[in-house]
Write a protein that binds this ligand. Sequence first.
Ligand SMILES: Cc1cc2nc3c(=O)[nH]c(=O)nc-3n(C[C@H](O)[C@H](O)[C@H](O)COP(=O)(O)O)c2cc1C
Length: 223
Amino acid sequence: MENQKRCSVRLLVFPGSLREGSLNDKLATLAASIAEQKGATVERAVMSDFECPAYDMDVELSAGIPAGAQTLHDKLISVDGFMIASPEYNASMSGVLKNTIDWVSRFRPQPIHGNQAFLMAASTSMTGGKVGLWALRQPLEHLGARTYPDMFALAQAHHAFDQTGRIADAKLQVWFESTIECFIDLVEASKHYPHLKKQWVEFLGERPDDETARVEMGETAAV
Ligand SMILES: Cc1cc2nc3c(=O)[nH]c(=O)nc-3n(C[C@H](O)[C@H](O)[C@H](O)COP(=O)(O)O)c2cc1C
């Protein structure tokens, strides 16, 4: 697709690691530059932008939702999709990322619902963090994200980047670029077919009320 023909696609790109020198931050930087080349408008963030205390409902009730979660909420509602580069810790996502997702899930309307998501990982291991991405899919899909089927897991990431920040293996670099372009195509298509993303029912059988309030219906749906 020629970039000048693309309608506006806005993406938030961030890593799930706080670490300076994070390999996932590196992968997020590369993904952001590819997405821009493919015609998207990119908002780049780092995990420390979304700093939150450990989730505690007592804290939520007494002090409200913390500023870090508010920042992520505000960014999520201003974009058409988001891309996370998530480290794998013990076959799951980083605790800090899950904690922030838990806080953000407390907003109503809930801002992950209906958002397009692309998941990637960089790990020093041979599996590239792929198992952690399957774990990350679960809370995101539970919250109604439209999670792109293909995920990108960069194995032995401490050896994988060249001096310019691209993936040294040319075939992997091309695959990463084309996967991101396909994701952006889908995000663009979803803007033309918005009915794909109207309903969110967290628990089937639940009815919206003040206590649970975890159902969001499109305006055309019969409740
Ligand atoms: C507590 C801990 C658990 C880890 N568990 C896994 C794991 O299960 N699978 C894996 O591929 N890498 C694992 N790693 C390696 C990380 O993926 C690797 O350190 C990676 O570079 C972290 O991401 P970052 O560079 O973005 O901070 C683990 C690292 C730590 C510190």
